[in-house]
Design a binder for this molecule. Structure first.
Ligand code: SF4
Length: 246
C-alpha cells in the first residue's frame, strides 16, 4: 500500500523497493504509522512545522499566495509564455519545512500544470517518500515556471524574468531547508563556477536558509543503471534529514 492508502500492484511495489535498494535506503517508514501522534513527534523534532505556523498572518498569506499564483498563470514577462500550455507555479505545503527546487517544467508538467509529474518526477516522489514525507508535506517548485522549447536549459534572461516568483515563494514558505535539484537551481541559489559533482553533498546558504545541492532526478533517469549516482543522492538526503532533526 502506498502513502495514499492505494494498494500497489506487485510489479509497482517491486520496482519501488528496487529503487530504494539502489538508493541505499536502510529502512522505510510505514505510511500507516503516519498518524497524528507521529505528526506531533515530527513537529517536535522539527521535521514538520506545526499547523498554523507561518511567517505572517495566515489569511494575509493566503491572499498573497492567490495573487502570486494568478500573476504566474497570466505572466508574459519572457518569451516562454508563447509556447506553454499553462504555467506551473509549484505545489505542496505552503508552510513546509522542506522545499525542493528544480529547473523548469517539462512536457508532462506543462500539460498537467503540476511540477515533477513525469518520469523524473516519479523518482523525486519516491525519494520524498523514502525520506518519510508525502509530496503534500513538502513544497516542490522550479526556477522557471513555463516549459522551455524542447526542454532546453533556460536562458539567463528567462531566469532573471521568472526568478522573482520563486523568491517570493521561498519568502512565503520560509523552509528550514531547500534541496536544489540540478545545476540550474543550484547556480541560481548558490552561484559558483563549480560543477554539480563538486557542489553536491555540502550545504550552502541562501539568505540564511541551508541549501543542499544534489543531482536532478532527470539525471538519475538518464543514468538509470548507475547505482552510485542514486546512492550519492540518498547520502545528500540523509544530511537534509539530519539537519531537519537537529
Ligand atoms: S517563464 Fe516565468 S517569466 Fe517567463 S512567462 Fe513564464 S512565468 Fe513569466
Amino acid at each position: 500500500m502506498n502513502e495514499k492508502g492505494i494498494v500497489e500492484r506487485p510489479g509497482q511495489l517491486l520496482s519501488r523497493l528496487e529503487f530504494y535498494r539502489d538508493l541505499g535506503v536502510e529502512f522505510l517508514v510505514s505510511p500507516m504509522k503516519t498518524d497524528s501522534r507521529k505528526r506531533e513527534a515530527e513537529v517536535g523534532t522539527g521535521l514538520l512545522k506545526p499547523e498554523g505556523f507561518s511567517g505572517g498572518p495566515a489569511a494575509d498569506d493566503r491572499e498573497e499566495w492567490d495573487r502570486l499564483i494568478r500573476r504566474i498563470m497570466a505572466c508574459q514577462a519572457c518569451p516562454l509564455f508563447k509556447g506553454r500550455t499553462q504555467a506551473v507555479p509549484g505545489e505542496g505545503h505552503r508552510q513546509a519545512s522542506l522545499m525542493f527546487v528544480g529547473e523548469a517544467p517539462g512536457r508532462d508538467e506543462d500539460l498537467q500544470g503540476r511540477p515533477f509529474v513525469g518520469r523524473a518526477g516519479q523518482l523525486l516522489t519516491k525519494i520524498i517518500q523514502a525520506m518519510g514525507f508525502s509530496r503534500e508535506e513538502v513544497y516542490i517548485a522550479n526556477v522557471i515556471k513555463c516549459r522551455p522549447p524542447e526542454n532546453r536549459t533556460p536562458r539567463p534572461d528567462e531566469i532573471k524574468a521568472c526568478s522573482p516568483y520563486l523568491l517570493r515563494q521561498i519568502d512565503l514558505i520560509k523552509p528550514r531547508v531547500i534541496v536544489a535539484l540540478g545545476k540550474v537551481a543550484t547556480d541560481f541559489l548558490l552561484p559558483s563556477s563549480k560543477s554539480m559533482s563538486e557542489l553536491r553533498g555540502q550545504f550552502g546558504d541562501f539568505q540564511g536558509i541551508p541549501v543542499m545541492p544534489t543531482f536532478h532526478p532527470s539525471y538519475l533517469v538518464r543514468n538509470e543503471g548507475n547505482k552510485e549516482i542514486k546512492k550519492m543522492v540518498w547520502e545528500d538526503m540523509k544530511k537534509v534529514l539530519q539537519l531537519l532533526k537537529s
